[in-house]
Write a protein that binds this ligand. Structure first.
Ligand code: ZN
Ligand code: ZN
Length: 353
């Protein structure tokens, strides 16, 4: 009989069931990982509600994980039982037009582990061995489980390519807090973070922002940014909210010749308004960035190892697997919660901040 494990299975939109399922069987190109920790992401809520990737249900979600290798496929190199690993969740096809150009994030049949295939809200998860990154001893389990969201921030930072002593505005205080931290690491000055939650703006300051703007307290965030940048606007603006309104603010607060990085995801049917005239005469630039891939994992682990970035103030609590569904709802209603992790081995929740 197959070995069994506990897993939270999303059987249909809005229906999550904790049940016994077979431990995944690996191919020679995969490893089996015992999950130590898995972060809960906004995407998990969307999968749970059937708003994203619903054609893949029933499935186990969970893509921000760290674990210990339990079994190694015969083709795997440089990995052994007991190794702690983080996993690049990207599963590009490798052969389409974009993959062959080296733009695997644009793969025509792009899927991700834990989003389109079974993930880590379970005792075990399997992954291709080539996607595994060894975790340095200096990096603790929670930070390691936070590598995946950090890779998305890392990829955006590479695309923005901030030059030293440039002004940077980040709109949003979810991953926005980390975009601010990486901008500072790249030598940006000043780093300005815009949000609506005082506690999250305080955290943004703690992680490196020079100024914060609470939109509940100002009439016009564009005017505030101009005031802080000598009247010209910001060299770079990163949108990390995902509403047409905040995108319009981003287009208006970037200086002439400056660059907008589009990161926040709007619903597909929404449109934002901007002036092509200002983009042409102002020589403004815009680029998009949605996820991390490949050595973004290695690069984030390097930054964590050498303490160039410390995300731990963002960690709110750890819950047992049993409480995943409840925690998904709490994340919607309790705006002070930032990062919540599931520990499949835990029996009770642990508050971290
Ligand atoms: Zn995520
Ligand atoms: Zn492809």
């Amino acid at each position: 009989m197959a070995r069994m494990m506990r897993a939270q299975v999303i059987e249909a939109p809005g229906k999550m069931v904790l049940k016994q399922v077979p431990v995944p069987e690996i191919t020679p190109d995969e490893v089996l990982i015992k999950v130590s920790m898995c972060g809960i992401c906004g995407t998990d809520w969307k999968i749970y509600k059937g708003e994203y990737a619903s054609e893949f249900l029933p499935m186990i979600s969970g893509h921000e994980f760290v674990g210990v290798i339990e079994e190694v496929g015969s083709n795997a190199k440089g990995l052994k039982k007991g190794d702690r690993v983080a996993v690049d969740i990207c599963l590009p096809c490798g052969t389409c037009y974009y993959c062959r150009r080296g733009d695997a994030l644009l793969c025509e049949t792009f899927t991700q582990l834990g989003i389109h295939t079974d993930g880590a809200f379970a005792e075990y998860v399997k992954a291709p061995w080539k996607n595994c990154y060894l975790i340095p001893d200096e990096v603790d389990a929670l930070s390691a489980a936070f590598v995946e969201p950090l890779t998305a921030v890392m990829q955006a930072a590479k695309k923005m390519d901030i030059s030293i002593a440039s002004s940077v505005v980040i709109i949003g205080t979810g991953l926005g807090i980390l975009h601010g931290a990486l901008a500072k690491l790249r030598g940006a000055a000043p780093v300005i973070v815009i949000g609506r939650s005082e506690s999250k703006l305080r955290l943004a300051k703690q992680l490196g922002a020079d100024y914060t703007i609470n939109i509940n307290e100002v009439d016009d965030p564009v005017a505030e940014v101009k005031k802080l940048t000598g009247g010209v606007g910001a060299d770079y603006v990163l949108e990390s909210v995902g509403t047409p309104e905040t995108y319009e603010q981003a287009f208006n607060m970037v200086r002439r010749g400056g660059k907008v990085e589009a990161f926040g995801i709007c619903p597909p049917d929404q449109k934002a308004c901007f002036s092509p005239y200002e983009f042409v005469l102002g020589e403004k630039k815009v680029s998009g960035s949605c996820a991390g891939i490949g050595n973004d994992w290695g690069d984030v682990l390097t930054l964590l190892k050498y303490k160039r970035i410390d995300p731990t103030p963002m960690f709110s609590m750890i819950v047992p697997l049993e409480e995943l569904e409840q925690a998904l709802h709490e994340l919607r209603t309790n705006k002070d919660l930032i990062k919540v992790f599931v520990d499949p081995q835990a029996t009770e929740r642990k508050i971290l901040r």
